[in-house]
Each structure stands twice: as C-alpha cells, then as structure tokens.
Design a protein around this ligand. Structure first.
Ligand SMILES: [Zn+2]
Ligand SMILES: [Zn+2]
Length: 153
C-alpha cells in the first residue's frame, strides 16, 4: 500500500467534518494536531498508511474509511474509540443541547443586570432541559456505545 496515512479523511474534499458525526467543525479537530507529549497528533500525520480501517458501532453507524499508519491506528483505537457520537447525540439530544446553549448566555446576562427573577426562571428552564436529557438517557435514546476500529479491505 502506498497511500499516506489520512486519519479523519483530511486528504479528501469531505474534510474533517466527519469527526464526531459532523457535530464539531475543523476547529475541534485542531485539538488533535498536538498530543500532550508534544509530538504531532493524528490530524497531521505524514506516515505511510499500513491499515485501511473505519470506526463502527454495534448500531451500524460507520465512520469514513481511513488510511492509517501503525501509530495512528494505535492512537485512534485508544483515544477515539470510547463512544459512538451518533449514538450519544441523536437529533433529540442535539436540540436539547442547543436550547441549553441558547439559554446559558441569557442567564449570565440576567445575573449581570441583577435580574434574579429572570435568571432564576431561566435556570429552572435549563434544569428542566437537563432532566429531559436524563430522560433520553434513561429511555436509551442517548446511548453510550463503544466504537470499534475495524480493518477493511
Ligand atoms: Zn499516521
Ligand atoms: Zn452508533
């Protein structure tokens, strides 16, 4: 095999939007470019690929096929395979999360203005949304499912 190691499909037009089921943009992937040890992370690998692999979960969510070198194979298996993002972030959960994100700044604003009535009301809304999130987890709509890095031919 002569292709270059290409974790997350960086060499393709699709780009890193595959990362985390498309939920996070390239700026998130940027965090992967430097490992704690100071060596470059999988996002900027220049090694020759020795594996063709993809991440899959038991509910049949499949990540893009990636050309990987031995070291990225190891890194992804160890760090990226802990849970399937598509399973953890179904549409319902994203909506709740976005609603919480919209309310949070309004709480800070209300607190800033000393408007305890509004901040209290908004905080109650966030609590309620949080409970709905727990409910999704409880009903198994939000699933924490490990991903497996599997070799493809
Ligand atoms: Zn690599
Ligand atoms: Zn899944």
């Amino acid at each position: 095999m002569t292709s270059r190691c290409n974790p997350y499909g960086y060499g393709t037009d699709a780009g890193p939007k595959h990362l985390m089921g498309g939920m996070y943009g390239p700026e998130y992937a940027g965090k992967q470019t430097l490992l704690a040890s100071g060596t470059h992370g999988p996002a900027v690998c220049t090694n020759r690929a020795t594996h063709r692999a993809r991440l899959i979960c038991v509910f049949d969510h499949k990540g893009p096929i990636m050309d990987l070198c031995d070291s990225c194979w190891g890194v992804i298996q160890a760090r990226m395979s802990d849970c399937c993002t598509a399973c953890v972030w179904p549409a319902e959960a994203r909506e709740l999360n976005e609603a919480i994100d919209r309310i949070q700044p309004r709480i800070s604003e209300a607190i800033w203005h000393g408007d305890t009535a509004t901040s209290g009301r908004l905080q109650a809304q966030v609590m309620d949304l949080g409970r709905q999130m727990d409910e999704l987890r409880f009903r198994g709509i939000i699933r924490k499912v490990p991903l497996k890095l599997v070799e493809v031919s």
